[in-house]
Design a protein. Structure first.
Length: 79
């Protein structure tokens, strides 16, 4: 069985989320590039009704943290 580490990114005040946002998440899921964090889907927090995006777990942390720590090692294309 394949195990994948994921991260849940909560969207505050998202109970009444717009359909166009859901379409954007769907498009990113279907057509996201190899240099982007993978979006696996969305779910709803049963406690407060807000949406959460299910995304690939990034071992390096946030993009900002990665760029801050590796900026000198990356070529312009990678940045």
């Amino acid at each position: 069985m394949l195990t994948i580490d994921v991260c849940l990114k909560g969207l505050d005040n998202s109970k009444d989320i717009k359909q166009e946002f859901l379409e954007e998440v769907k498009n990113q899921h279907n057509y996201g590039g190899i240099s982007a964090i993978t979006i696996y889907g969305i779910t709803k927090n049963p406690k407060d009704g807000n949406y959460m995006i299910v995304i690939e777990y990034a071992k390096q942390g946030s993009l900002r943290k990665l760029l801050d720590s590796k900026y000198g090692e990356l070529d312009w294309t990678s940045k």
